[in-house]
Design a protein around this ligand. Structure first.
Ligand code: F6P
Length: 327
């Protein structure tokens, strides 16, 4: 058997660990793996490279996606998908493992339906916003990275008694924000899933502004927050509370890099291995994931963007820090 593997969408720490597990599990069963470079674009442009076991040695500890990852608007066109299928046939690829988020899964589902080439999806996105798994590959590392950054900002916020509004990634989902805020002991979190948070926050500032002066205040702001733009929030705080020193920081893509934490490496390896085993048993059209510790297969078409908000306890913990000024 010859399997193609690709990474698609934004890279996520753990993608390399998944690639390693795919290649080594295939080798164990006598199968070959072809790496498709830069996502579905590599399939359209026929840019691939054989992945031998020695090429993936030691790869699990590295962030990024060593075969490249990309979003592919071209793959939305049927002609491009036909071209990609033709290249699969030329290279003898009998199945595909697609590592990515909901858009990548949609591409894989359509491709399998149109061409009959079996596809299996692995959830690779830092946003943790995919149906079919409780955790996506890369999420835990992104939270850890954001937490370490916030811890450092907290040091300088404490020294100067400043307010920091820290923007974290997550596109439309507040999971990175809620988990980072809860772990960091932040004073507030603003996420897209919870409306009408800003008036209460401003009211709290108004009431306790005297006590807050020269104290560190950390507000975690999720990039998908729509109630108020980050810059508008900062402007509003500066205007309404001129005695507070308000600063703003966007963590950005550093949250996507760095060595994956243990949980991401293990998740990626477990799912990467399962992808090859599932294909060899004749399963396809599935997104793989973990639920309550168990491996689960969910039809790709059902693995949409997850709308589930972060759990309530995380939000309670995320604003617990506000109590610091009540006494
Ligand atoms: O989906 C992962 C993600 O990092 C989101 O959190 C973010 O909104 C987006 O990708 C950024 O994408 P790009 O790197 O293409 O700008």
């Amino acid at each position: 058997m010859k399997i193609g593997v690709l990474c698609s969408g934004g890279d996520a720490p753990g993608m390399n660990a998944a690639l390693r597990a795919v290649v080594l599990t295939a080798a164990e069963g006598g199968a070959q793996v072809e790496g498709i470079l830069f996502g579905f674009d590599g399939l359209i442009d026929n840019q691939t490279a054989p992945l031998l076991p020695e090429a993936v040695a030691g790869l699990a500890r590295h962030g990024g996606a060593f075969i490249g990852s990309a979003r592919s608007p071209r793959f939305l066109e049927k002609d491009s998908r036909q071209q990609a299928a033709e290249h699969c046939r030329q290279k003898g690829l009998e199945a595909l493992v697609v590592i990515g988020g909901d858009g990548s899964y949609r591409g894989a589902a359509v491709f399998e339906e149109e061409t009959g080439i079996p596809c299996v999806g692995l959830p690779g996105t830092i946003d943790n916003d995919l149906e079919g798994t409780e955790y996506t590959i890369g999420f835990q590392t992104a939270v850890q990275t954001a937490l370490e950054a916030v811890d450092k900002v907290m040091d300088t916020a404490e020294s100067h008694g400043r307010v920091f509004v820290v923007e974290v990634m997550g596109r439309d989902a507040g999971h990175i924000a809620a988990n980072t805020a809860a772990a960091a002991g932040a004073h507030a979190v603003l996420i897209p899933e919870v409306p009408h948070q800003v008036p209460a926050l401003l009211e709290f500032f108004k009431r306790y502004q005297g006590a807050m002066r020269r104290r560190p205040i950390i507000i975690i702001y999720s990039e998908g927050e729509s109630e108020v733009g980050r810059e508008d929030l900062v402007r509003n705080l500066r205007t309404s509370f001129p005695q507070l020193d308000v600063r703003s920081l966007v963590l950005g893509h550093l949250q996507r890099g760095g060595p994956p934490v243990a949980a991401d490496r293990i998740l990626a390896a477990r799912l990467g291995r399962e992808a090859v085993l599932a294909l060899s048993r004749g399963f396809s059209g599935m997104g793989l994931g973990i639920r309550q510790g168990q491996l689960v297969h969910t039809p790709l078409a059902q693995c949409k963007k997850r709308q589930l908000p972060p759990e309530a306890y995380l939000l309670e913990l995320s604003s617990l820090g506000l109590q610091e000024w009540k006494f």
